[in-house]
Design a protein around this ligand. Structure first.
Ligand SMILES: [Mg+2]
Length: 185
């Protein structure tokens, strides 16, 4: 049993960037390249006309080639030395995503073993010291310290969490936490 503290880490819009693909799909469908301001406070597909592009989440391959969020790989690699990192993703709505996500994690985060992949629908069972997620509703059901990763859809979200605007902010946050725990980095 490890005596490291545990971090529960989300995938989409935290380490994996779904936005470029949705911008492409939106543009292919409606002939317009959206900017971040166009979907402030919501998902790109959260309009009656655009909702159908959400269906691409069910496509085999959608999640396999998503780009990394800036600095996520390096900072998670650093965190891995000091914390037990569990990947927890609410993925089971999209059964075709499961293999894609597994392979994506093997490709980009090979230092996290498969024993720490949790593909689920509801994260409320998760016991950890920290949870990093872009969805405030997951953090609301979490007992530990919640870190909300900023995304267009959550700019209005409020709750018992600390907002993080980048992976460099997350690194700075954990440098302070490690200091409090007496761990020299
Ligand atoms: Mg997410």
């Amino acid at each position: 049993m490890s005596n490291k503290k545990r971090i529960a880490l989300d995938m989409d819009e935290v380490i994996a960037d779904v936005i470029p693909k949705f911008l492409d799909l939106y543009e292919a469908e409606f002939g317009q390249r959206l900017t971040t301001n166009d979907f402030r406070g919501r998902k790109i597909y959260d309009t009656p006309a655009a909702y159908k592009i959400r269906n691409h989440l069910f496509d085999k391959g959608f999640f396999r080639d998503l780009p990394l969020m800036a600095n996520s790989q390096e900072v998670v690699r650093w965190l891995h030395d000091y914390y037990d990192i569990y990947i927890i993703t609410a993925a089971t709505e999209f059964k075709n995503s499961l293999e894609d996500k597994y392979e994506w994690l093997e490709e980009h985060f090979s230092f996290i073993p498969w024993q720490r992949y949790i593909f689920c629908g509801d994260k409320s069972f998760m016991k950890a010291d920290y949870m990093i997620d872009d969805k405030a509703s997951h953090l609301a059901k979490f007992d530990g310290k919640g870190l909300l990763f900023s995304a267009s859809h959550n700019v209005e979200s409020t709750g018992d969490f600390t907002r993080m605007n980048s992976w460099l902010e997350i690194k700075a946050f954990f440098e302070e936490e490690l200091k409090k725990d007496g761990i020299v980095v």
